[in-house]
Design a protein around this ligand. Sequence first.
Ligand code: C5P
Length: 260
Amino acid sequence: MNNGLPRPVTAVILVAAGSGERLGYGMPKAAVPLGGEPILMHALRGVVASGVCSQVCVVLPADTDGLQGPLEEFRQELADGGPVLTLVGGGATRAESVRAGIEGLIEGIEAVLVHDAARALTPEYVFHRVVDSLAAGAVAVIPAVPVVDTVKTVTRTSGDDSAIAPELVTGTAPREELRSVQTPQGFRLSTLLQAHQSASRLDEAQAAAVTDDAMLVELLGVPVHAVHGSTQSLKITTPLDLIIAEGLLEGPLGIRWVEG
Ligand code: C5P
């Protein structure tokens, strides 16, 4: 996998401060059990196992019930080596949580991967593709997969038309150009800092429309490259996603999972 180029000194900001409302467990998503362990711990083990970083900065929800114990045990496991583990508190939005993570970075970090804890089963090779692309000169790089569905734009119907159907199709996006975007998203630290500084100038509606870090870099006019992600990097959001993740971990099909 390695392109032979020296890799930048890298930190992973693992954002885990979301509420997880759509999962309906009544606890932060990071603490929801998956295969007997909190989702966060699967994500954290995946990050560390990839071996790409010198630091992992975990951005935690306000309610850390069920997380403190496993995190402390993991810190002890890491005592023999491995990346620096930093824990910080998150913000009200994902972007605020990323900024909290940036503030927790140690000296000497050159590149940052921002990773959603909700993508707990991301394969190691995705981390390597992102870091190798940074090593090859990318300043921003995202993992992405082709879209399998046909994607259309719609508008809400009104008047008599609304009795026919709630929405009217306005167009069909060219599928071969569309990608579903995942994490970890990789950036030169200076680029990520600049992107988040400019984000502070967005109004509330614009800020609410920002769903990933790459969008902020695009707004700077800086090129964002894409490497191939993995369908196994699903973002655990709904109860169905959790069932799929459990299946990938434990089910008879899970162990046969082969995808490059
Ligand atoms: O809400 P969404 O599913 O887009 O969240 C993606 C990731 O961002 C999750 O891992 C979640 O924990 C994190 N997040 C966060 N702080 C927030 C909102 C989301 O760290 N305020």
